[in-house]
Design a protein. Structure first.
Length: 158
């Protein structure tokens, strides 16, 4: 559990550290330089977290198999796992990722998280987009974290 919290803390620092001072105003819904709608991000995050939880339960019960999942389904799994790690700050982190990487980049990040943390594809690589979301190379430090459910490996580079 300590490793899970440490992994999340490092993950949050990377995401938050990649944004400018203006993030404070954006958290209040004032996305002056983007088309991101705060209420839409909150609703979208909650909906996909729930879809991800439902899918995770089915995956755990062997009602579905990894090889039958598509990227959209891995994306909702990623939303669920990120919500478990970040709690109430999940929507804010999504809003920052959307502003930094666009909606496609935010979805790609969740898809990779879903593949890795579900254990379906622990070698899935983060897309080559700005803000530190690069695959980990051998000269970067690695942090491996397993939670009590052993859902997979989290690799955080810094």
């Amino acid at each position: 559990m300590i490793m899970k919290k440490l992994a999340f803390t490092i993950f949050a620092a990377i995401v938050i550290g990649s944004f400018t001072i203006s993030a404070n105003a954006q958290m209040m819904g004032n996305f002056s330089n983007t088309a991101v709608d705060w209420n839409e991000v909150v609703e979208h995050t909650a909906r996909e977290e729930q879809e991800g939880k439902d899918l995770w339960d089915k995956l755990q019960e062997k009602e579905v198999a990894c090889e039958n999942l598509n990227d959209e389904q891995f994306g909702v799994l990623g939303e669920y796992f990120m919500g478990q790690m970040s709690g109430d700050s999940h929507a804010a982190m999504n809003a920052m990722m959307i502003q930094m990487h666009g909606e496609d980049g935010e979805e790609q990040i969740h898809t990779v998280m879903g593949k890795r943390l579900s254990g379906c594809d622990t070698s899935a690589a983060f897309p080559a987009i700005s803000g530190g979301w690069m695959p980990v190379s051998s000269n970067q430090r690695r942090l491996d974290a397993h939670d009590e459910y052993d859902v997979g490996r989290v690799v955080v580079s810094f």
